[in-house]
Design a protein around this ligand. Structure first.
Ligand SMILES: [Zn+2]
Length: 389
C-alpha cells in the first residue's frame, strides 16, 4: 500500500511538519513561537551554501530579522557553545533555529539551553539530577530543521558536546531542549553527497536497532524501532543511489526521527564505542556506527537472537535467521560502500585500553543488553579494527 502524499502534521513526540517544500512555513513557525529575531545555528560547510541564505531570507522577507552563527566544529565543543551564546546576546536574539546535521542541531539546542544560565555547560551533563540545576525560564525556544537523515536530534532532549579539555563527548540534557517545532523537508537533503547519506542513514539504523535490543521494558519504543529499521531497509539504498528521490529522502528523514524517538529506551555498545572513537579520532559518528554494527550484533547474539529474528520477519528479509539478518547488514554496508573495518579509516589498536575503558563508562553502555566488561569492549574494538567477524 502506498500513501497518497508524504505530508503530515504530527504532535508526537513534538510538533513535526513533514513534507516536500515545507521549510516555506518557517516564518509562520517563528511567529507562532513568539520570536521576532531568531539566530540560525548551523555548521560552516552549510553556511556557505545558498540553502542557508534562502532559509534566512524566508524570515527576512516576512518582516523578521534573523542572524547566523556557524563557527562550530563537526563535533561541536564547549567553546563553540560559549561563542554561540555570545553571538545570541550580541544580536539580541529571542530564539534559535537549529539547522543542519547532528552538529548544527546539537549546537543550536545547547546554545538555546545556555543563553539564560549562570552555571557552566558541563554542570548540565546528563548525570543524575543535574538537569534540575537548569533555570528553565532562561531556555530559548527552538525550531529544528534537519538537513541530514540520521541523528534525529530534532526529536531529542539532549545534545552531544565535546569537552575539549577532557577529550570526551558529554551528553547535555534538559527536557526543554526538545525543539518546539520540527520541519522535515526532503528538499533540504537532496544535495547531500551519497557517502554522507549512507553514513547518516546507517546511524538511523543503529538507533532503531540499539533501541530495539536495549533490555528495558518499553514496547512503544520497540514498535517505533522496527518500522524505523524497515524504512531504512527499503529507502536508504534508493536515497544513496539517487539523491533526488524525494520519496526515499522523506522516508529516511522519518526513519531518522523514529530512531531518535525510539532510543529514549536506550542505546548500546555501538554508540558506547562510537562516542569515544569520535572524540579520540574526530571520525564521522554515523560511519563509526555503520562499521561497528555487525561486530556488536555478533557480540550480543545470545541475548538478542529472538528479537532480531522477529525483526527480520517484519522487514521481510529472504533469510529470517540471525545469520540472515547479519548478512543483510553486511550486504547493505557493502552496497553503500561503507568500509568493513576501522583500520580502513585509519584507526588502529594503539589506544585499545583507553577506548575500552571509555566505552565501559559511556552512558550508552547502560542500554546494551549485555553488560560488557572492559575486556569485552576491547575485544569488540580489536575485531572491528581488524575486520574479524
Ligand atoms: Zn548515533
Amino acid at each position: 500500500m502506498s500513501y497518497e502524499n508524504l505530508s503530515g502534521n504530527w504532535n508526537y513526540p513534538n510538533n513535526i511538519r513533514t513534507g516536500e517544500g515545507r521549510v516555506s512555513e518557517l516564518a509562520a513557525c517563528v511567529k507562532e513561537l513568539g520570536m521576532s529575531s531568531p539566530l540560525l545555528v548551523t555548521d560552516p560547510g552549510l553556511a556557505s551554501l545558498p540553502m542557508v541564505q534562502d532559509t534566512i531570507d524566508l524570515c527576512i522577507n516576512s518582516g523578521l530579522s534573523c542572524g547566523l552563527f556557524s563557527q562550530i566544529k563537526s563535533n561541536p565543543n564547549g567553546e563553540n557553545i560559549r561563542d554561540g551564546v555570545a553571538a545570541y546576546h550580541a544580536g539580541n536574539h529571542d530564539g534559535i533555529i537549529a539547522f543542519g546535521g547532528g552538529s548544527g542541531l546539537d549546537a543550536g539546542k545547547a546554545i538555546a539551553l545556555m543563553v539564560g544560565q549562570d552555571r557552566p555547560l558541563w554542570d548540565f551533563e546528563d548525570i543524575g539530577d543535574n538537569f534540575l540545576r537548569v533555570n528553565e525560564a532562561g531556555v530559548a525556544p527552538i525550531i529544528a530543521i534537519p538537513t541530514t537523515a540520521g541523528t534525529g536530534s530534532e526529536v531529542g532532549r539532549a545534545s552531544v558536546i565535546t569537552d575539549e579539555q577532557a577529550h570526551v563527548k558529554r551528553i547535555i540534557f534538559h527536557p526543554k531542549m526538545l525543539p518546539s517545532i520540527v520541519i522535515l523537508d526532503p528538499n533540504l537533503t537532496i544535495g547531500l553527497p551519497s557517502h554522507i547519506t549512507a553514513a547518516t542513514g546507517m546511524d538511523a539504523l543503529s538507533h532503531n536497532l540499539e533501541a530495539l535490543c536495549s533490555p528495558f521494558y518499553h514496547p512503544l519504543a520497540e514498535g517505533i524501532a522496527i518500522e524505523g529499521a524497515r524504512l531504512v531497509k527499503d529507502y536508504l539504498p534508493r536515497a544513496v543511489k539517487d539523491g533526488s528521490d524525494i520519496e526515499a529522502r522523506t522516508q529516511m528523514l522519518v526513519a531518522s526521527m523514529m530512531g531518535a524517538t525510539a532510543f529514549q529506551k536506550g542505546l548500546g555498545a555501538m554508540h558506547a564505542l562510537a562516542h569515544p572513537l569520535g572524540a579520540l579520532y574526530d571520525a564521522h559518528h554515523g560511519l563509526l556506527n555503520a562499521i561497528l554494527m555487525p561486530y556488536v550484533l555478533q557480540a550480543n547474539r545470545e541475548v538478542i537472537e529472538e528479537r532480531i529474528v522477529r525483526l527480520a520477519r517484519y522487514m521481510d528479509l529472504e533469510d529470517c535467521s540471525f545469520d540472515g539478518f547479519l548478512n543483510w547488514v553486511l550486504e547493505m554496508r557493502s552496497l553503500l560502500k561503507i568500509p568493513h573495518s576501522l583500520s580502513q579509516i585509519n584507526i588502529d589498536t594503539q589506544q585499545q585500553t583507553l577506548v575500552a575503558t571509555m566505552a565501559t563508562e559511556d552512558p550508552s553502555a547502560g542500554g546494551n543488553p549485555i553488560k560488557f566488561t572492559t575486556d569485552q569492549y576491547q575485544q569488540i574494538f580489536i575485531n572491528a579494527v581488524k575486520g574479524e567477524l
